[in-house]
Design a protein around this ligand. Sequence first.
Ligand code: VG1
Ligand code: CO
Length: 546
Amino acid sequence: MKVHTIKTTPFTDQKPGTSGLRKKVTHFQQPHYLENFVQSIFNVATDLKDQRLILGGDGRYYNSHAIQVILKIAAANGIKHVMVGENGLLSTPAVSHLIRKYQAAGGIILSASHNPGGPEGDFGIKFNIANGGPAPTTFTDTVYEKSKNIKEYLIADAEDISLNQQDNYYIGGMQITVINSVTDYADLMEQLFDFPKIKSLFTSGLFSICFDAMHAVTGPYAKEIFSKRLCANVGAVINGTPLEDFGGGHPDPNLAHATELVAKLNTSANTAPDFGAASDGDGDRNMIIGQNFFVNPSDSLAIMAANAHLLPGYKQGVCGVARSLPTSRAVDKVAESMGIDCYETPTGWKYFGNLLDDKRITLCGEESFGSGSDHIREKDGIWAVLFWLNLIAIKQQSVEKILHAHWLRFGRHYYTRHDYEALDSTLANELIQNLRAQTTSLTGNNYNDYKVVLCDDFSYVDPVDGSIAKNQGIRILFADDSRIVFRLSGTGTEGATLRVYIERYITDPSQFDLTTQEALAPLIDIANRLSEVQKRFKRETPNVIT
Ligand code: VG1
Ligand code: CO
């Protein structure tokens, strides 16, 4: 094998955010940009040498090109074996599972998740470590440091590999196995859930599903699992063919972007499916909806925690749970009643890895349509859908009924997130700094009926390895258990995105049927006043409300 050593100059902006390095495709297309970053990963993860690597992506534009480049760099860096998904496709949860199942030393996932794709859209690279989870910040910080000083990268002189054929190939001494992207993952799901029971729900003819793959990676997974293995109704999977531009949409499973699905569920016609779900670009997010009914992701996590013991894969019970800071505290109430620990972590799945590895938690989740368990080390969209289907098959209740029963038992956390996108970064940082400066003085203040009992900039000390993450979001807690959290996104590619998270806890059942924005109106008003978001950015309303 001939290896070229290519001289290069560093880029100064290869700092991974909440979930990998994300930039516009055109940015990644700069000469050496991709190569520099990949070589920097290999320079840090020296334990990959002579080991196995898992490689795949969500099928967005630039996926196939990047895979060919990465294979050649991997061969030149002494990787022994790479397992690649057919056509370059692997969902994020599938990669996590494959790393664990085949004892790989790591995995590279090509995705910008829910961000739009296509030549004008976004691209991204994530690196996962041997436990199957996203690399911790210590690792990504070191990659960033290396990327700022990189002088050369190694690349094999080789032909492209044909990714559409399951087979073994070689670049020099490195073996490449193109595998079926779906089988291993689908087999794992079959171990965790009661497939015969879910199947009988479908074959009864009384229950139907619509799953929106949003032209992203989950299409092939959904067809195999829902249609083939579980014999779901005709039309169970929509937008099931992965496309490089996701059909022009945002592969973001929420009410704002999964509009086709929402329209199908919200019709009064008797053709409406009983259950709707969607996933994102790389298959780690999920949205669950019933007929005219939206399940808030924070509530979904709480319901999972309260019911997991009913499902085959979790019959040992839940040893503990975790949620990210901005996720509503619905799951806290469940943990409290079960007498188990509930951890509050910074935003991003990487913070759950240690807790899962240390067997402190079984389930974890984020408000951003992410939930998962100890079966892998990533959040998992299809897993969440199967969890719900299994639960419905057991309870024989609609999504709405399950939610109402849960609220009656634990109370209801009204919850919303307001996103202000593409803000001027300097001004956005000023807004956060201004809030940070107020943290000590706000405590004790009254805003109409709301009294501030705690206000700080959230820091997290990892209970397993003692690592510290500072400045993870401004949180304001009120005497009635209401909460407001402010933070800036770490996944955007245009300016800054301000996220404002608002929640209110209600135990009076006569108030369970308010609309979310109505129930939260006074707190939204306080959040706007404290942040001065309208005045600072001349924006009347958020871009996206979830
Ligand atoms: C967002 C979400 C966060 C999630 C992250 C990656 O990050 O808020 O909860 O873990 O995306 O999800 P941020 O920094 O933009 O708020 V995904 O589906 O992109 O892998
Ligand atoms: Co994602």
